[in-house]
Design a protein around this ligand. Sequence first.
Ligand SMILES: [Zn+2]
Length: 384
Amino acid sequence: MIRYCKRCIMPETKPDLYIDEEGVCAACRSFEQRMEVDWADRKQKLLAILDRYKSVNGGNYDCIIPVSGGKDSHFQTIRMLELGANPLCVTASTDMLSDIGRHNIENIKKLGVDYIEVTTNPVVRRKINRLGLTQVGDISWPEHVTIFTIPVRIAVQMNIPLIVWGENSQNEYGGPAGAAENDVLTRRWLEEFGGLLGLRVSDLVGQDGIESQHLMQYTYPSDEELARVGVTGIFLGYYVPWDGYSNALIAQAHGFRTYNKPVEGSLINYENLDNVQTGIHDYFKFLKFGFGRATDLACLHIRRGRLSREDALKLVKMHDGKFPWVYLGVPIEDVLEDIGMTMDEFVKVCDRFTNKKLFVCDSRGNLVKDRDGNLTKVNYDNVE
Ligand SMILES: [Zn+2]
């Protein structure tokens, strides 16, 4: 039986998510605490930090904003410009960039900022996508590495100490309390929560013809380099109220483009619009842990009072964890062909990473799938 938070619908199978004796998860508790935050005080603290890091005589940028082009990136950039900062926006190019993703990156530039896009070798990238998928069940592994390493490398190279990240995902989505209260991103944070899943960058050397020279952009600067520049980071979500939905409204008012319907496997049309591989990434989360993007979003909206728990359960049953035949309108065959994998191979990898305890199996212990390849969870809510 899968146990769920009584307040939202997150299962306890989510990594690092603790559900307390009252049946409430750490993410819901963390949100409770946000109600008591003195936001005026936090804003003063933010202004003091920005003042401390302001470039003397405008000779350099005041900070780096790591951006993907999404709604949160728009919000970060808009807020920082409002606060008088002169930021350098940095994008670590995503795996299979969609047309909407490209539009939205160009739109951030038009907000009035200097911008760097760093694209890693796509031939090597596809190999790493495949290795990530087959070895740790995450096609997006290289993306999750480079969104953390590339902005930090630029910070070192260009002598810009302050990096303004978006939200602390451990705070919004739950996690160990020590990490949730951390407003600085460190190398340790990357290694623990940055999504490496036990596959180290150095492990790739020698596989599939990958050499260490291909992995520069995947490598975090050394402690000496970080110390020389004094690189530090803050989570903007710690200092200003943060809500993905309102970020999307603000972003849209500034030209951000959304999908023409809810994204496949999700409940909304305003996020994860840039990488066509994300459908596969989210599906593997479902296979491993029994929840997908629809559950994540339902929980965010339940906490903010925009969705009842009862309705959320119905919507999640309808949309969560469906076999990712299409994502952002692109058929899965195209995505698999790009990384050199057949559908048969893919289904085998799926089955290998599926936690059979979470899904209905037949008497011989084989996963039961419907004609669309979809699995059924053993239970969708706590059973009284
Ligand atoms: Zn909860």
